[in-house]
Ligand binder design. Structure first.
Ligand SMILES: [Mn+2]
Length: 408
């Protein structure tokens, strides 16, 4: 009889402490956006318990910063405890936001290891955990965020250029993953979890919170069939990088950080882990909606009335909302911010109200609408309007062509 698959829940990039578009909630002493992030974690825990997860893998970045305040630490620890108390082992991988500036210092999740919390496995260094779950044994190989500056502690890497350091680090990580693969017992289901950037992945909102450019690992370093599932963290946009065996998946973050993620679903991965044949699906959580309201009021006699109609077409209840208006210069005084705010009652937070007023420069676009122009044409018009000298203009356009073509 085929064995029952192991039920694995994979999530990542929790980032407790991000406060964008929030305000202090006096009843809890916590920022309203932090509350959102914790609510999403509660959804994860509830799902794991209701669906009898055998193992939870958190692929890194527990907090916004490496120095989370005690209230955030307690909030996180409480939820980890709910899982382990129910007999669900939890792997906590160390992401770049969890890492201390000096290797001697503690990561944000080291405390679980120090206290030897039963059923919690901290992935601070590369290694393989052999975990006994309710539905059988599983191996979890952990690869924390590879950090370039650690190399500098070794003589041989000093004085190398940034690209050479990157290449060296890429090779070390790839070799280390190979070494982990050799420790795997091929009879037992195996998961690889890593917090890093993989070639070919699409970046999301982490761009805005990333500390610097990071080393990119080739996808081929992760697709060894010894793994039955590869659980990634670091990139906030949920995506699958490999549809064959093994699945290689970024769970993505649980909450939105900015409007760049307005249309991105948020959630975690629910995995049926089996040696050689794993299936998984993405489970969406109720992340706070972000809504952009755009209204072109240039033709309106009564712009505020027209805006009221436009706003009514959006569902922005409990959303973080921003408004972008297009106005003629003489209309500016007719649309006051206080009036616009009144129209947005029911929103969780008004992130901003921006008026794009049609200035003279716009006319120089000619009869074409900006949306109809190519990026190069737009740049040409812009440089013309800014009265940039002809030869300089040519130089800039050449440089831009290279950038637009992706540097090929
Ligand atoms: Mn990260």
């Amino acid at each position: 009889m085929p064995k029952e698959p192991i039920r694995l829940l994979h999530f990542a990039d929790l980032h407790i402490g991000i406060e964008n578009y929030g305000r202090l909630d006096p009843s809890t002493g916590v920022n309203s956006r932090v509350r959102d992030f914790l609510d999403r974690l509660d959804e994860v825990v509830a799902y794991a318990l209701e669906n009898e997860a055998d193992l939870v893998v958190f692929a890194g970045d527990a907090y916004k910063t490496r120095d989370p305040n005690p209230t955030y630490q307690r909030a996180f620890a409480r939820r980890v405890k709910q899982l382990v108390d129910a007999g669900v082992p939890v792997v906590l991988l160390v992401g770049n936001h969890d890492l201390p500036t000096m290797p001697q210092r503690a990561s944000t999740v080291d405390i679980f290891q120090t206290l030897a919390v039963p059923n919690v496995y901290v992935g601070r260094e590369e290694g393989v955990f052999r975990i006994q779950t309710r539905r059988g044994p599983v191996q979890v190989a952990v690869v924390p965020f590879p950090i370039r500056t650690r190399l500098l502690a070794h003589e041989e890497f000093r004085g190398l250029s940034l690209p050479d350091l990157d290449a060296a680090l890429q090779k070390i990580v790839t070799d280390n993953i190979g070494a982990l693969a050799r420790q795997i017992d091929p009879e037992v289901p195996a998961v690889l979890t890593a917090h890093l950037s993989v070639s070919g992945a699409t970046y999301g909102s982490e761009r805005g919170v990333m500390i610097g450019r990071d080393t990119v690992i080739l996808l081929s370093a992760l697709t060894d069939p010894v793994w039955d599932y590869v659980a990634l963290g670091h990139i906030h946009k949920h995506q699958s990088l490999h549809n064959g065996h093994p699945p290689v998946v970024y769970a993505g973050s649980l909450e939105r950080i900015d409007f760049g993620e307005e249309r991105e679903p948020k959630g975690f991965c629910w995995v049926q882990l089996r040696r050689g044949e794993t299936t998984w699906r993405f489970v969406e959580v109720k992340a706070r909606p972000f809504v952009t309201i755009e209204a072109d009021l240039r033709e309106a006699g009564d712009p505020l009335a027209m805006l009221r109609e436009a706003v009514a077409r959006y569902d922005f209840r409990n959303a973080v909302v921003r408004v972008i208006l297009r106005l003629r210069p003489e209309q500016e005084k007719q649309v006051r911010e206080a009036d616009v705010r009144r129209l947005l009652e029911g929103a969780a937070f008004v992130a901003g109200i921006r008026s794009e007023v049609e200035r003279k420069a716009r006319l120089r676009l000619g009869t074409m609408r900006p949306e109809e122009l190519t990026p190069i044409q737009l740049l040409e018009r812009y440089l013309e309007v800014k009265a940039v000298p002809q030869d300089r203009r040519q130089e800039l356009i050449e440089a831009a062509r290279e950038i637009f073509s992706g540097g090929e």
